[in-house]
Ligand binder design. Structure first.
Ligand SMILES: [Zn+2]
Length: 385
């Protein structure tokens, strides 16, 4: 099967993150077994989803070291989006292949699977590995399970290319994502008796203003990195809900914010001042009216940033294979930070554009798929005797 045939086949599996990805994984695993390879799966707790990992050993039969080609199998929902063709049936129009996941990121997976016969035929100096994960789109939940299993099996890959859509340019670093949910517990009252209540929405608003001021401070810090498209860490309040009626002082208000940190900035740098503001300023004011009032803050998604690695070999290799020699740093997050944390030097490089990801009529240009096929062909050659 060539890349376009593989991509059409992969798109036909509806692997929206809320569903199981096992039909796709089992299909790929069966095909890899038919090629004489031995894929293994690493499941989630409920065994409804799995990561797939397979090694194409070196010419000497070694499975040690080597390079991982990595992609996530899940896709974002199409709910409420206006598509001009069935999102789960690949359709080619004017040099573009349309379908959910075409860019993010079944195109890369298709190109990798189509190259397996080439990898097997090559006399590899070091093994190549293929890693397919689940639940990337809902907080990179699958990759850590696979990385733990890699370590349990004593596998020690040195390098990794995550094929997220970068228009086949090399991304060497990216930001992290941390989400937080705040629950402001006030005290309800008839709105004619405001002094007897604690207005949860108004206290949420005070905390949101504080978070926004912190965001402005992050923007003006000296240690920002101009290599990023957005060169500072960002904080943004993105959802809010609360209150029951226009004549009731609201008891509860909840909001969520996200923190997109540069690699050198930890979560402590924003969590500590927010917690201090809650404990020292807002809760004492609230509790002066009713000691039961409080503000909870819960950490949700936790996707580490990917700092630029000291990985001259990998950077040189990928630089030789791409047309554009820039070393980009980007604001979106991937599983690359998790591989990097596990000591596996990682870069991001894949077909299609991030600007087409997650949208209705998501597509990948056929020219991008051809460039990815070419990239993998040269990569296999560079890794062979
Ligand atoms: Zn993706």
């Amino acid at each position: 099967m060539n890349t376009i045939e593989w991509l059409s086949r992969l798109i036909a599996f509806d692997t929206t993150s809320r569903y199981s990805n096992l039909a796709l994984i089992d299909d790929a695993a069966q095909w890899l077994q038919d090629q004489g390879l031995s894929p293994w799966l690493a499941y989630n707790g409920e065994r409804t989803k799995a990561n797939l990992f397979v090694t194409i050993p070196s010419a000497s039969g070694s499975q040690e070291g080597g390079l991982i080609l990595s992609g996530h199998t899940d896709v974002v929902p199409v709910d409420g989006q206006d598509w001009h063709s069935d999102p789960f049936v690949a359709e080619i129009r004017e040099g573009k292949l349309y379908g959910r996941g075409a860019a993010d990121m079944k195109g890369f997976i298709a190109s990798v699977l189509a190259a397996v016969p080439q990898m097997k035929a090559a006399r590899l100096k070091r093994p190549l590995h293929i890693a397919l994960s689940y639940d990337e789109e809902i907080g990179c939940l699958g990759a850590p399970v696979m990385i733990a299993e890699l370590q349990a099996r004593g596998l020690t890959p040195e390098h990794c290319i995550v094929g997220e859509p970068t228009s086949m340019k090399m991304v060497v670093a990216h930001k992290g994502i941390h989400t937080f949910r705040c629950k402001v517990h006030g005290k309800a009252a008839h709105s004619s008796l405001t002094p007897q209540g604690v207005n949860a929405i108004e206290y949420a608003a005070k905390l949101i203003v504080f978070i926004n001021e912190l965001a402005h401070q992050l923007q003006s810090r000296h240690q920002n990195d101009p290599a990023y498209d957005v060169p500072f860490s960002t904080l943004s309040v993105n959802t809010i809900g609360g209150g029951t009626a226009s004549n009731i002082v609201p008891q509860l208000c909840e909001f969520e914010f996200d923190y997109r940190n540069l690699p050198h900035m930890g979560t402590e740098e924003i969590v500590r001042p927010i917690e201090e503001h809650i404990k020292k300023v807002l809760e004492p004011q609230m509790q002066a009216v009713d000691p039961a009032c409080s503000i909870e803050m819960v950490h949700g998604e936790n996707v580490p940033a990917m700092p630029e690695a000291e990985a001259a070999l990998l950077h040189d290799l990928v630089t030789q294979l791409v047309a554009d020699h820039a070393r980009l740093k980007v604001a979106y997050a991937t599983e690359g930070g998790q591989f990097q944390q596990a000591g596996i030097h990682t870069v991001i490089c894949g077909p299609g554009s991030i600007s087409q990801a997650h949208k209705p009529d998501e597509f990948v240009e056929l020219a991008q798929l051809a460039r990815c096929d070419d990239f993998l062909g040269k990569l296999i050659a560079a890794q062979s005797y």
